[in-house]
Design a protein around this ligand. Structure first.
Ligand code: 13P
Ligand code: SF4
Length: 317
């Protein structure tokens, strides 16, 4: 008997070609969504993929700021988010007024904005970055230039450590990643002493200090594939375990936290992806004036020549 997941997946495939749509999924989406997607990746890869697609419709299985970025990059395409309540706790921690207040205090500073932010906040920033290129973006700013880094204090602290640059950090954070505790991780490490720990930069510094590698979500997938270890501890949202296990059937992945799921990422379901294509909902539309300004900050990042960009383009070719 054909399972209901297979039935829904079949319907999605049929509607996808009717609508000339492409399905992009973030690494944190539930397994059935990743399996039906045309492409699964991290924020940077998904932005390049959205910008390059010739599909007329992009079903963005991720959270609002990611779909908004795709809509800014593809103003002539329809970008759909299967559940419009898929926000991001971190992006909601900073407003345009917060950026303006920081700029008033540091009028000479360059504002680097992590993509996990609203289009309106990006519009008030100078350049964007993602978890995979933040260090290169920081290094592209002249040494004597003051930098304000928004909104993630933990990614910011990690990049300061990587680059040796001092920055003014905003105090935002990811509510899911800060739940990962160094004490819990230490206990897991003591049970699996040979397993390397791969962590996301949104984790706190004590977790970073216990880690063997700190990477974007797709960076964790690459590190896992390249690792000789048969057991790997993963300090990021649990959705990534699906891709990791699929790509590495001979390896065991141990989550560093069993209660750190991103509630926003998890509101998308396979049923909602089908509904999204049936009803062409929810279309993400960005105010054109904000979109033009936000695009400048996004373009500055995407035009930078970084190893991550080359990897994305090679991967997509
Ligand atoms: P990545 O860009 O590493 O996929 O991270 C996005 C994110 O929201 C992590 O919480
Ligand atoms: Fe936002 Fe954290 Fe969810 Fe990523 S995991 S989308 S930063 S709330």
């Amino acid at each position: 008997m054909v399972s209901s997941v297979a039935r829904i997946a079949r319907q999605i495939q049929r509607l996808k070609s009717e609508r000339k749509a492409v399905i992009l999924s973030h690494n944190y989406q539930v397994g059935p969504i990743q399996d039906v997607a045309d492409f699964v990746g991290d924020s940077l890869e998904l932005s390049y993929k959205a910008a390059a697609t010739d599909a007329e419709v992009i079903v963005f299985c991720g959270v609002h700021f990611m779909a908004e970025t795709a809509a800014i990059l593809c103003p002539t395409k329809t970008v759909l988010l299967p559940d419009r309540s898929a926000g991001c706790g971190m992006s909601e921690m900073i407003s345009v007024e917060d950026v303006q207040a920081l700029r008033a205090l540091h009028p000479e500073a360059v504002v680097i904005c992590y993509v996990n932010s609203s289009a309106a906040v990006k519009a008030k920033s100078d350049i964007c970055c993602t978890s995979s290129n933040a260090a290169q973006v920081v290094q592209s700013i002249p040494e004597d230039q003051e930098i304000i880094f928004i909104p993630d204090q933990h990614l910011g602290a990690h990049v300061m450590q990587q680059t040796g640059r001092q920055m003014i950090l905003y105090n935002g954070y990811c509510p899911s990643h800060v739940r990962m505790m160094a004490s819990e991780l230490s206990e897991i490490i003591s049970v699996h002493p040979d397993a390397p720990v791969f962590a996301h930069p949104e984790c706190t510094t004590p977790v970073h200090l216990l880690s063997d590698g700190i990477f974007s979500t797709s960076g964790i997938c690459t590190a896992a594939q390249n690792s000789q270890a048969t057991e790997i501890i993963v300090a990021t949202e649990s959705g990534i375990l699906h891709r990791l296990s699929k790509e590495n059937p001979d390896k065991t992945f141990i989550p560093a936290c069993s209660w750190c799921d991103c509630a926003h990422m998890k509101v998308n379901t396979l049923e909602k992806v089908l509904w999204s294509l049936e009803e062409m909902q929810y279309a993400i539309v960005v105010d054109p004036e904000i979109a033009v300004q936000a695009r400048q900050a996004i373009d500055r990042m995407m035009q930078m020549s970084t190893p991550e960009k080359e990897k994305c383009l090679a991967f997509m070719a």
